[in-house]
Design a protein around this ligand. Sequence first.
Ligand SMILES: CCCCCCCCCCCCCCCC(=O)SCCNC(=O)CCNC(=O)[C@H](O)C(C)(C)COP(=O)(O)OP(=O)(O)OC[C@H]1O[C@@H](n2cnc3c(N)ncnc32)[C@H](O)[C@@H]1OP(=O)(O)O
Length: 371
Amino acid sequence: MNVVVGMSHLRKLSLMSPLQMLHTTKRKLSSVTAKNHASLESLLELVPQTATKFITKNLPAAPVGSRGTFGGTLVAQSLLASLYTVPTNFVPTSLRCYFINGGDPTNMITYQVEKLRDGRNFIHRQIRAYQHNKLIFQSMILFSNQRNSNDAHDSLHHLAHLDNLTPLPPTETHQDAASLYTEKIIKNGNLQRYAHLSERFLDTEHLQRQIDTFETGPMEYQFPKDIFYTQNKQEMLKYYVRIRQPIIQTQDDAAVASETKLITPETDARYNYVAFAYLSDSYLLLTLPYFHELPLYSHNFSVSLDHTVYFHQLPAVNDWIFLRVKSVRSHWDKHLVQGEYYDTRSGDIVASVSQEGLVSYDSEEAIRAKF
Ligand SMILES: CCCCCCCCCCCCCCCC(=O)SCCNC(=O)CCNC(=O)[C@H](O)C(C)(C)COP(=O)(O)OP(=O)(O)OC[C@H]1O[C@@H](n2cnc3c(N)ncnc32)[C@H](O)[C@@H]1OP(=O)(O)O
């Protein structure tokens, strides 16, 4: 990224009237060609070093506006690494992670899988991620045997379910992220208000990268129309997300990837879990201001501290997944958010996610005053 150009442009913009600024920004935006983002597979690809040690093939990128590696990359790669160490009939049941040190996007990550226990029904794995010989992340994953379905042990069967979901997000309430971001943040005189929250909103490269990510990144979102700034008290944020890259949903047993083969979106349906782990860290903490009727992106500092996923069934990530997020507790800059993810075809829950983050904001009054 050309930071020097970005900064000088930023200074020029700050001397302009809001109208000039908007026109200049629009011109700049249309002159920057959209970049094709790498596929999810290449973002997450691991090179096996030994049976339990893996190194990333590509650099672990930071999300737009962040300095450190995207947490979802670490969660997903730790799951991918552990999948190489369990038989193909085992699927993840739960996954608990801690983000210990910020990831360096300019260096490869080494994942070390520890085989804690191998049972008939359950397998336990612990995964540690290192950069510069420093521990940056740790996860613990429980796998269960999907072939071991004994009806006698299935009393009190229950799966949370939502009626009235449709395979396509409703257009009257939801809109694709790129056009919504353009409409609500870049256009309609709003950009200057956001620039009061962060100078990043005066940097056309930043705006373009955000739009590129929405348009061509690994995830596709349909957000509620008030997501960036709601003026109504909200208990839950409801949005839709899916993965762009095709991932197989079923496979016959003969074709299941053996432990020696690469686990990819084409070879192993369990890649849906990996992709879900990746998407489950996006637009979770970032949505906190929504619950306070404040504009998104009004934080001063934001990192996730931990992340937990309970998988209830294989998530079909190429279909729209309906997500309900709630804010459980905010206290001394520590914020806990929880999400329930539903399959929009069946209405059944596919996963539950909890995340605590360290996010600092100015006071509500100060944010409102500058916005
Ligand atoms: C290809 C990719 C596409 C992505 C596709 C689309 C994704 C689209 C979704 C986008 C959404 C993104 C949002 C995802 C969210 C994550 O991904 S965050 C990434 C994962 N989490 C992390 O990396 C956190 C790792 N953990 C840590 O860094 C450390 O454990 C902690 C949390 C900083 C420890 O805190 P601490 O004990 O207070 O640490 P301490 O040693 O006192 O301070 C260390 C540094 O932390 C910083 N710090 C700590 N507290 C504060 C604070 N309140 N204010 C400011 N700085 C602070 C300071 O820099 C401090 O440095 P110094 O001031 O000492 O120089």
